[in-house]
Design a protein around this ligand. Sequence first.
Ligand SMILES: C[S@@+](CC[C@H](N)C(=O)[O-])C[C@H]1O[C@@H](n2cnc3c(N)ncnc32)[C@H](O)[C@@H]1O
Length: 285
Amino acid sequence: MLCCLRWTGGRGVPSDIGLDRVVAEVLVSRRYRSLAPEFVRRIAERESRHARRHTDAVKATKARLHQVYGAYVQDLPAERFVAALEGGGAANSDALRETCRQMMAEHASTRERLPIMDRFYVELFAVTGMPRTLVDLACGLGPLALPWMELPADARYVACDVDRRFVDVATAALTASGVDGRAELRDVVASPPDEVADVALLLKAAPCLEQQAPGSARDVLESVRAHYVAVSFPTRSLGGAGKGMLAHYRQMMARINEGTGWPVQELLFPAELVCIVTKGAITGG
Ligand SMILES: C[S@@+](CC[C@H](N)C(=O)[O-])C[C@H]1O[C@@H](n2cnc3c(N)ncnc32)[C@H](O)[C@@H]1O
């Protein structure tokens, strides 16, 4: 069958389908309005290639976002979290920890880490050394763990996520903890941060990136400008069962790091496998 659509070269999106319009339409939907436009655009670009009409492109983009992002779009009471952090918890560090602990308990990914909070960063930094600059890629609610990191007074923390709600919470967590840095809305695949860091965290996000586009986690590992990159994986499903997840994710990590020659050191916690990749000193920062 002859296809009457013209192809715009470049990214292969039919010229009849305006990518800007597709992105704009997806972003007005309640479900996806907090996402970074560059992220929606990257997904839309892939999904629009085979679409014949604008509505098909919008539908395909939303369906794919549901697949690769659906798990995180649960109701996140970001405004309540920000208000709690701004409410003076920092006045005493035990109160701030308690506030952060309660919020982390409301999100699956950080809830699983709660039982090991007292040792997670201690053991991670025992391998990497205490970082002065830390980049938290696809941070989610990770910055709520700042009170447990016990970073030095002159430390700098840069967090990024594709969802504005996580970015808002991260900004409030930085202020409440008195840590210098910033949180930004960013697709770490489309535009990884160029900050030079001692340690980069890519915690429980690699499987999600690989689902968005195979090879993405490797791209991020290569582009991130950090001496150490901690890539972690869940070892239990949300239902609680292991189901061979440890072996599966060890294989995924081996593929992500294949051929780089960068050494990997494992830390195995009850529900999380952390693979610490030593990229070595970053030059030209
Ligand atoms: C399973 S959560 C992990 C969150 C956090 N790192 C942790 O360990 O608790 C995955 C996070 O990745 C974010 N994310 C997914 N794709 C992303 C991308 N391409 N760029 C930046 N963040 C992304 C999601 O918004 C979500 O917050």
